[in-house]
Design a protein around this ligand. Structure first.
Ligand code: URA
Length: 438
């Protein structure tokens, strides 16, 4: 087979066969296919799309490009479950959800990503914790999942390496926003992690990659169908990203926010709703709840009893972080030297929020990357973000900026003022918009 003939067929709208896709992905993994050829095929797929059968073949080929974890050997006394979000702003759900599900008897080997574009990454948030090792070897990762019930770590080169290569190429060739490519990228990593059940959190709204509900629905359906074809039971929830999910956006600030949620020091209803909805689905998929009502009750109980907080503390300490992080989080999480309130000149209510612009304000503060090699500043970010409908004005800021310098703080405040539209109170929609799946 010849790579350029495969590209040509896709360019002209043909459906590729399993063997052609397998050949191309094998070449991408071993270097026989060039970066230019991979970019050309990605662009052809972007414009021509893929059938579900092609997308399933692509997912299978990318999954098989590296190691596939097999948890049967670990002899775990419960189901292996995970959730994945398509990316949002102020979305620190993973830090709360993984330990809550572990406290209910699930095992969650969560391979998380770094921030991408305007969205934050779970891995970056966890790395704001002094000493936390987000890249343990497989033996340590397995041991922590087995003993604690959850471990959140970063992507290793061993799992789905074809996705690693293709993703880096897509990121710089404007080919990220393709439903079949996103589907294969996410599911190949999840299938390689050896899961028994997956819950997808597909974001919709101004802070999501798929801003329009119809595109979020199409992505959710694609994920559910291709996962089912690959034998991975999957449910997708479409959740709202027309405003940051939590009132904090940034790395250390979101970690602190998650710890406050876990300990009960402060719980915000929107974050709680997403954690409980996703957790209930995970428990149902794993056979740990008879129905969603029981699943919700179990997740709520795990949070209220402190069992989820305890699992989080055990995970952090087993992966090298401080043993008393949840008792003294401010002692261990870095804090930015400058704080500044972003205050509107006139009083009003929050009518609309450009959540993507809020995420980009965090990136500009240094809390995200503009180039893959950039180091991020874990301390910077935003807290006290006003939600849709909130009254704001001279005495009631839109947000508190945490910055490295006065100039950076002022620039972020200007960005926040531009991201918020004031007027008649905007009505926050349902946080869990829709469920797609069996
Ligand atoms: N997350 C992924 O892992 N892959 C994509 O393509 C998009 C979001």
């Amino acid at each position: 087979m010849i790579p350029q003939e495969i590209i040509r067929r896709k360019r002209d709208g043909a459906a590729l066969g399993e063997a052609e896709i397998a050949f191309f992905i094998a070449g991408l993994t071993n270097g026989a296919v060039t970066e230019g050829q991979a970019a050309a095929l990605a662009m052809a797929i972007f414009f021509r799309g893929m059938t579900r059968t092609e997308c399933a073949s692509l997912t299978r080929a990318m999954t098989g490009s590296g190691r596939v974890l097999d948890w049967r050997r670990a002899d775990l006394p419960g189901p292996v479950l995970d959730k994945h979000s398509t990316g949002g702003v102020g979305d620190n759900v993973s830090l709360i959800l993984a330990p809550a599900v572990a406290a209910c008897g699930g095992f969650v080997p969560m391979i998380s990503g770094r921030g991408l574009g305007h969205t934050g990454g779970t891995l970056d948030k966890l790395e704001s914790i002094q000493g936390y090792d987000a890249a343990p070897d497989e033996a340590r990762f397995t041991a922590v999942v087995k003993s604690v019930g959850c471990a959140i770590i970063g992507q290793t080169g061993a799992l789905a390496p074809a996705d690693g290569r293709l993703y880096a190429i897509r990121d710089v060739t404007a080919t990220v926003e393709s439903i079949p490519l996103i589907t294969a990228s996410i599911l190949s990593k999840k299938l390689a992690a050896g899961l028994q059940g997956l819950v997808m959190d597909v974001k919709t709204g101004s802070g999501a990659f798929m801003a329009a509900l119809k595109d979020s629905r199409a992505l959710a359906a694609s994920l559910a169908e291709v996962a089912a074809a690959a034998g991975l039971p999957t449910v997708s929830l479409i959740t709202d990203m027309n405003e940051p999910l939590a009132s904090a956006a940034g790395n250390a600030v979101e970690t602190l926010h998650a710890i406050d949620h876990l300990t009960g020091a402060k719980r915000e209803p929107r974050v709680q709703a997403v954690v409980v909805a996703l957790g209930a689905e995970m428990l149902l998929l794993g056979g740990l709840a008879r129905d969603l009502d029981e699943g919700r009750a179990r997740i709520e109980a795990a949070l209220d009893s402190g069992a989820a907080a305890e699992r989080f503390a055990q995970m952090v300490s087993a992966l090298g972080g401080p043993a008393d992080l949840i008792e003294r989080p401010r002692h261990y999480l870095p804090q930015a030297p400058v704080t500044l309130a972003a205050t509107p000149l006139r009083a009003g209510h929050v009518r609309a929020i450009d959540a993507r612009a809020v995420g980009l304000a965090v990136v500009a503060l240094g809390g995200g990357r503009t180039r893959p090699q950039d180091r991020i500043d874990p301390a910077v970010g935003l807290t006290n973000l006003a939600g849709l409908g909130a009254p704001v004005g001279p005495g009631q800021p839109l947000a508190l900026v945490h910055a490295r310098s006065e100039d950076a703080a002022r620039e972020a405040a200007v960005r926040i003022l531009a991201a918020y539209e004031l007027g008649e109170p905007g009505v926050a929609g349902l946080v869990v918009v829709e469920r797609v799946g069996a």
